[in-house]
Ligand binder design. Sequence first.
Ligand SMILES: [Zn+2]
Length: 128
Amino acid sequence: MAGYIAKGAVVTCSDARIADTVEGWLFARYDLGLVDRIIRPGATAYGESVLLEIVELHGLHHFPELTLAHHTDCGKLPENDRNDHIRQMKAFATRLHERIPEVIVQIALVHTHEEYVEIVETLYDVST
Ligand SMILES: [Zn+2]
């Protein structure tokens, strides 16, 4: 089934502790819609290789929005400072926007132990 259009995409960490929280949030946000998942240690931590995966996936499924979801207590990002997470995701969003300007990017923080997803900011939404 080539060429379908996904409702969204998410980039999140491989950490098993957040899997149920992320899936629950995706289910609530997109109902039963198709959402592409890019799951890597540290979410955006590998930079360019993750960007390339997103660009390739967008070329296949044309999702209109993408959520970057780092999480608290992440082993890949030892500082685990809230502002550092947000700064890193925003820097990644800037690079992503240069490649795929039409995609809305949400910055989210998954609270690992409290088990919820916090939407920090929505970027590049030209419809509002
Ligand atoms: Zn992690």
